[in-house]
Write a protein that binds this ligand. Structure first.
Ligand code: PLP
Length: 394
């Protein structure tokens, strides 16, 4: 069959492709360690599963409003109000099929063909393809590992054009784990307000922040400038609920209504059962989340202790999420000349699944996830260092 032009141009998700190849090799009996996963390795907490089971037993299995049930929206608004004093109401919330779906629907509702969306690199793999599906252009701003992969207003000025419409920020970041400080975030938000650019703030890792860092949400800016800010969050990463598919968007009512119209024609409501589970999650006491966060922080420390002993490597210390984005380009040589070739060698020869940095817009790096047990993490990093020592340079 002849596939449409826009979908023919659409690349497959690189992270999903690496996981699929790793699973193929595992099925063939190979000893594979996957450091490519983008999801917590913990089970969904019991009290959340219980709410879902109760929903099924009560026959709560029918359509709900496309925008999401009022109670789910109230729980999401309460989350933003509790943590960030957003002063949001149900009117400001739509429930989507995962944060990925929230972001796609926002692009669909805000971008016209020819518009430009500014995306700092390294970026989450799905931003550019999703922008391009709308007919808009993804304008990439490259940041440097030596500068903690952070973008500044001066860098944004360089790519500003009359067609710039949207800026995408993601802190804590996938793939780098970098968190912007309050002053840095305020400077970017002020830049957006001054230039009348809309900021999509992807805050999906906001509860997974470590030690000295703290989450700087753009909710406070949204409160003052609702036309300039849209906030995305979801239950996947915070509550180990990746398979439940539930994300949510905080925005001014006009955008929420547009997204509801789109959702009403495309997907209707998010699973009624997942919504009940999300209410339990968002209204719970967050003690289970704290346990997972503590485990991620310990593994971050373990990973950094090992990686920082490798020669010729730059890896800013992640302050959130569960990834390290490691600049290994000084090891590139005849055997592997770029991040894709390196990840192929890692997978085929050392049985390590890691994601090439090129998928995130930076070919110098690879991404590993530390959402695995300490033993798996240690063995995985040992194998990577073995490949590096045995020579990219030959
Ligand atoms: C930065 C970022 N945003 C959004 C998402 C979407 O997550 P989900 O669709 O599971 O809510 C992910 C998932 O990997 C992510 O890493």
């Amino acid at each position: 069959m002849k596939i449409s032009e826009s979908i023919s141009k659409l690349k497959a998700s690189a992270t999903l492709a690496v996981s699929a190849r790793a699973m193929e090799l595992k099925a063939l009996g190979r000893d594979i360690i996957s450091l490519s996963v983008g999801e917590p390795d913990f089970p969904t907490p019991e009290y959340i599963c219980r709410a879902a089971k109760e929903a099924i037993d009560a026959g709560f299995t029918r359509y709900t409003p496309a925008q999401g049930m009022p109670e789910t929206r109230a729980a999401a608004a309460a989350y933003f109000n509790h943590f960030y004093d957003a002063q949001a109401t149900e009117e400001n919330i739509i429930i989507n099929n995962g944060g990925k779906h929230s972001i796609y629907n926002i692009f669909m509702c805000l971008l016209n063909p020819g518009d430009q969306a500014i995306i700092p690199a390294p970026y989450w793999v799905s931003y550019p393809p999703m922008v391009e599906l709308t007919g808009a252009k993804a304008v990439i701003v490259q940041t440097a590992p030596e500068k903690d992969f952070k973008v500044t207003p001066a860098m944004l000025d360089q790519c500003l054009t009359p067609k710039s419409r949207l800026l995408i920020l993601n802190s804590p970041s996938n793939p780098t784990g970098v968190c912007y400080g309050e002053d840095e975030m305020n400077a970017l938000a002020q830049w957006a307000v001054d230039k009348n650019i809309i900021v999509l703030s992807d805050e999906i890792y906001d509860r997974l922040v470590f030690g000295e860092a703290k989450t700087v949400s753009l909710c406070s800016w949204w409160k003052k400038h609702p036309e300039n800010f849209v906030i995305v969050n979801g239950v996947s990463k915070t509550f180990a609920m990746t398979g439940w598919r539930l994300g949510y968007t905080l925005a001014e009512p006009g955008l929420i209504k547009a997204m509801t119209r789109l959702q009403g024609q495309c997907t209707s409501n998010v699973s009624s059962i997942s919504q009940k589970a999300a209410i339990a999650a968002l209204s719970g006491d967050f003690s289970e989340v704290e346990k997972m966060r503590t485990a991620f922080e310990r593994r971050r420390d373990l990973a950094m202790q090992i990686i920082s002993s490798w020669p010729n490597v730059v890896c800013p210390k992640p302050q959130g999420a569960f990834y390290c984005f490691i600049d290994l380009h000084r090891h590139y040589g005849r055997r592997f000349a770029d991040s894709t070739a390196l990840c192929n060698v890692l997978l085929e020869e050392a049985g390590i699944a890691a994601v090439p940095g090129i998928a995130f817009g930076d070919d110098r790096c690879i991404r590993i996830s530390y959402a695995v047990s300490d033993e798996v993490l240690k063995e995985g990093l040992k194998r990577i260092s073995g490949v590096l020592l045995n020579g990219g340079q030959q």
